[in-house]
Design a protein around this ligand. Sequence first.
Ligand SMILES: N=NNCCOCCOc1ccc(-c2cn(C[C@@H]3NC[C@@H](O)[C@H]3O)nn2)cc1
Length: 448
Amino acid sequence: MTIFQFPKDFQWGTATAAYQIEGAAAEDGRGPSIWDTFAKTPGKVFNGDNGDIACDSYHRYEEDIALMKQLGIQSYRFSVSWSRILPDGDGEINQAGLDYYHRFVDKLLENGIEPFCTLYHWDLPQTLQDAGGWESDITVEAFVKFSEIMYREFNGKIKSWLTFNEPWCIAFLSNLLGAHAPGNRDLQTALNVGHGLLLAHGKSVKKFRELGIEGKIGIAPNMEWAVPYSKSEADKAASERHIAWFADWFLDPVFKGEYPQFMVDWFEQAGAKVDVKPGDMEIISQPIDHLGINYYTMSVDRYNPDAGVLGFEQIDMGLVQTDIGWPVESRGLYEALHHLQKYGNIDIYITENGACINDEVENGQVKDFRRISYLQQHIAQIHRAITDGIQVKGYMAWSMMDNFEWAEGYRMRFGLVHVDYRSLVRTPKESFYWYQNVIRNNWLETRP
Ligand SMILES: N=NNCCOCCOc1ccc(-c2cn(C[C@@H]3NC[C@@H](O)[C@H]3O)nn2)cc1
């Protein structure tokens, strides 16, 4: 047996997001978001599932927090439903929305759990999408206003902030590939959205500093690691484009104040160019305090000029896959963490990592041993990176509970806790008890 001891101040946690767990979609003044609209558009979400009820965490948060307490986590990453706070995206504040998050955050703090807040986790108020979405300064300025309201309201209660979750999904999955809300399929739109969210990020960080808010702020890109299928230069370049598409396209502007030129050139030959105005990159590259990284899988890429805008296809190498079809290769997390060192040795939180394993309850138990294997492999890679001197400060398993997995609806389960969507009964899985032990010990035990 090998013991991997983690630093004494390492923060163990779990993560969720508002639209995926809260439900109460039209309750207490909440306005519609683009995901309410998208989910109710026929054909967009498996089975026509939507977030009207979800896990009903809006009403059951005390039960959920009791489970977090039982799990023993030190921090809990959640997101705020913007359209609960500002139902029209801007304008009048909905006090009932603020009151909900105060009740929720107070309950976390009462239980010794640090709230780790993501301001934007994909649920843009529909009124702002109607006004141009992230391509429009209207939305950028509305986000700054929304974030200022949250900063002022929760200053001293919430000390760990993230502006945006997974910019790649917001820009490209949702506006080039059309798989997520609002479902556009246009490269120029995707680049405009990416630039808009980066401007909103920079302006919000600037506001955070101007207000003298206590705590730390950052952003949480999702990364996919990729390696070339062959030794050819074309395959090598394809895997580099894949990595940069998810990470460098957003992190170079944040940390270096410029887009990666090889990607700017690639997109230009594909017919799209970011319209960078004077002063934009200075705003975007406001210094941040920490970086959230979401990691799930890695890819073996082969150059194929006919395989989409980025010109790579992902080759199935026969690796074990989770139930959503993502190859399991924890080495990619280690490599991704080293890749990030070019931006400096910034504090990093693994703000999402987890496995889609769709086991159900049998005799009161969920024997999700495949999830335990996935988590163990990936946590071991984090220990390896820390041993190399990389400043990983925490790990938040995705997800605390099964929830609405976007276009996959409720069929894909990532939770440490099983949710019966009819009864809403929560059942801790075997992985919950395994993770409870890792947290209690602050070490990982691996058996040969
Ligand atoms: N690899 N790309 N190939 C080309 C594009 O393929 C099309 C599909 O792409 C993807 C890529 C990534 C994802 C994804 C999902 N989650 C899980 C959520 N994270 C935030 C939290 O809310 C979780 O629910 N993280 N990432 C989905 C689809």
